[in-house]
Design a protein around this ligand. Structure first.
Ligand SMILES: [Mg+2]
Length: 274
């Protein structure tokens, strides 16, 4: 009789599917870890449109439609502007768009903090926003020490690991590479590589239906946040991140090493009895 047989006989062993189904979790930040109703997203959109008018000189009447088209086509308005030939200081863009956001609208969320800290998986933020914005938002929510790492604009676009990808075509392309962002498969690939996670054992939370579809295409398990109805590519849908325990209790399923520890104890007990 093998250890596994012995344990199954005792009823102590859970199936492989139940054990350590998820080893890591990727969390989008904006409108995922706090609600869309906070008002930050609307302010962000206003700031992007103001940047396009004031800094790029685009006609104010054309900006709303252009902004929407770029966002839908390229993942973010910034990536769209860059892809369509606009050139600007990317850090200045982030400072302009995020630097004046009404961060005071965000409040500490101790319930979410305890929820996230109780999750036994490795946990990462995965956002298209820049590092400064991510750090401010996490601090405002009281979540700044809940994650192993922040995968953001800078890590996806400027990590030395990917420099070789950006120098492959020509000198021009090398000096002004296209912006990589969710929901592209390249962004997913880079995040998975940087976090060193197995997508088949990774859960990914995002409020964007396009990002959820991209995450599913990359092999991640997906959770649409902010909607009770699943979109294409969503394995789960929850109206709020606060509801995750009821919706996905598997997150707290016992990991393998506990089971193996228990198996060892059973084996010792069997040997002692024999
Ligand atoms: Mg979001």
């Amino acid at each position: 009789m093998t250890l596994k047989d012995a344990a199954q006989g005792s009823g102590a062993f859970e199936t492989d599917e139940d054990c350590a189904r998820y080893e890591a979790i990727l969390f989008d930040l904006d409108d995922t870890l706090y609600p869309l109703s906070s008002g930050l997203a609307a302010a962000c959109r206003q700031n992007i449109e103001a940047y396009m008018v004031q800094k790029l000189g685009i006609d104010i009447h054309e900006v709303p439609a252009l902004c929407t088209r770029l966002y839908k086509t390229y993942g973010t308005s910034m990536a769209g502007l860059w892809a369509e030939g606009w050139r600007f200081d990317q850090d200045d863009f982030h400072r302009f768009v995020h630097g004046r956001l009404p961060y005071q609208l965000l409040r500490p969320d101790p319930f979410l903090r305890n929820l996230i800290l109780s999750m036994p998986q490795r946990k990462f933020i995965f956002t298209n926003a820049d590092a400064v914005h991510a750090e401010i938002v996490l601090k405002k929510l009281g979540l700044e020490d809940c994650f192993e790492g922040i995968i953001c604009f800078e890590t996806i676009n400027r990590h030395p690991e990917f420099a070789k990808d950006q120098h492959s075509d020509s000198d021009v392309a090398a000096s002004q590479p296209l912006i990589v962002c969710k929901p592209s498969q390249e962004a997913m690939r880079r995040a998975i590589l940087l976090a060193e996670v197995d997508p088949a054992k990774t859960l990914y939370f995002d409020d964007s239906v396009r990002n959820i579809a991209g995450g599913k295409a990359a092999g991640l398990h997906t959770v649409l946040v902010g909607n009770s109805v699943k979109c294409e590519g969503a394995d789960h849908a929850i109206t709020s991140i606060h509801n995750v325990k009821e919706a996905i209790p598997e997150i707290w399923a016992e990991p393998h090493f506990f089971t193996e520890l228990r198996l060892s104890s059973n084996a010792v007990a069997l040997e002692t009895m024999a």
